[in-house]
Design a protein around this ligand. Structure first.
Ligand code: HEM
Ligand SMILES: *[C@@H]1O[C@H](CO)[C@@H](O)[C@H](O)[C@H]1NC(C)=O
Ligand SMILES: CC(=O)N[C@H]1CO[C@H](CO)[C@@H](O)[C@@H]1O
Length: 321
């Protein structure tokens, strides 16, 4: 616990220094301290109520933040609805299974009542993801706030999301391009401790199995027949990533060690010597996973953030002002 405070204080000092350099409208830990002091409680309570109704929402909320940040920075571009003239990110095939948009709308409404025109949708996504992690049993950590909302969302850009068929070299490359170390990338992949994937995302692992009646060597035989059975219900059938889909824990890394990683991009982390050490470390020591995960999440939450006049505070998260 003490350790967490020390890390928090170190981050805070870093952010304050950053705010000092870039002026008053830069991201900071206490961005809303004057303009919306109740914000943390409001978001935490709303996410908590939503997860009591539906604990499976934690995964989609965390994934939403990743998809938002990965495409054009953490600017809530993922929330924009398509219009007659523009097909938005959220309508791309890779993003269709995202959920939780209504919860973000509800939080936004509540914040508009309490502190009108102040809180960006991008900050709401980032905070909701953070709270979803904590409320599912993961680490508690703070993130800087003050992201502004972007004014564009285009389906074409989502081509840059990492593919589930990527091997570790490709993952290392694309995460490296965005400033993440190999360790960051493995820790962030640990987000797959929450939630499910649809057969469409992992059926590539079965083709060899199906076509030649041979077990794919990177797949445990029992697990291969489990996912094969799941896929017999079609492309939309869901398979949890690990044995505890609603708990943020390190069982995902145990699954990888047992050749029961769901996506190619999961199993490759154990199969490649460049990443295996981190997988084994996180499987053995959950506290280390939590520490690295929260650090990497803060980093991800600051990807290409739009500060000040580079963005806006959307009135309706689904529409540009
Ligand atoms: C390393 C590269 C990554 C790849 C290739 C990848 C790919 C995928 C795919 C294909 C799915 C399943 C989608 C579906 O079938 O509906 C998924 C689910 C998920 N991803 Fe990732 N992902 C990656 C990294 C991340 C990161 C960095 C996060 C968050 C920090 C994340 C969070 C999630 C979560 C929580 C789910 C479960 C969603 C649910 O339950 O509906 N992923 N990911
Ligand atoms: C990873 O995939 C890339 C692109 O398909 C390929 O060139 C490379 O050889 C693969 N690396 C490994 C270690 O399999
Ligand atoms: C990961 C993934 O499937 N991404 C898709 C998101 O949507 C675009 C646009 O339709 C696709 O080209 C990507 O493959």
């Amino acid at each position: 616990m003490m350790f967490r405070y020390v890390i928090g204080a170190m981050l805070l000092m870093g952010m304050v220094a950053k705010g000092f350099r870039f002026g008053v409208d830069a991201v900071s830990m206490n961005y809303y301290i004057m303009s919306c002091p109740m914000i943390d409680g409001i978001v935490r309570d709303a996410v908590s109520r939503a997860l009591q109704d539906d604990p499976t929402l934690a995964g989609p909320l965390l994934r939403m933040h990743f998809h938002d940040c990965w495409i054009q920075g953490c600017d809530a571009s993922i929330l924009i609805d398509s219009t007659k003239d523009n097909t938005a990110e959220k309508d791309s095939p890779g993003n269709l299974s995202l959920r939780g948009y209504e919860l973000i709308d509800n939080i936004k409404d509540e914040l508009e009542d309490q502190c009108p025109g102040v809180v960006s949708c991008a900050d709401i996504i980032a905070m909701a993801a953070r709270d979803a992690v904590f409320l599912s049993g993961g680490p508690i950590y703070d993130i800087p706030k003050g992201r502004k909302d972007g004014r564009r969302s285009k389906i074409e850009y989502t081509i840059n999301l990492p593919f589930p068929t990527f091997n570790s070299s490709e993952l290392i490359r694309v995460f490296g391009q965005r400033g993440f170390t190999i360790q960051d990338m493995v820790a962030l992949s640990g987000a797959h401790t929450l939630g499910v994937a649809r057969c469409a995302s992992f059926k590539n692992r079965l083709s060899k199995f199906d076509n030649t009646h041979e077990v794919d060597p990177s797949l445990d035989a029992n697990f291969a027949s489990t996912i094969s059975k799941t896929c017999s219900a079609g492309d939309k059938a869901e398979q949890p990533f690990d044995a505890s889909r609603n708990d943020f824990d390190n069982l995902y890394f145990h699954a990888l060690q047992n050749k029961a990683g769901l996506l190619t991009s999961d199993q490759t982390l154990f199969d490649s010597p460049r990443t295996r050490g981190f997988v084994n470390g996180y499987a053995m020591n959950e506290a280390m996973f939590f520490m690295d995960f929260q650090r990497a999440m803060v980093k991800m939450s600051l990807l290409d953030v739009k500060e000040g006049a580079k963005g806006e505070v959307r009135r309706d998260c689904r529409k540009i002002n």
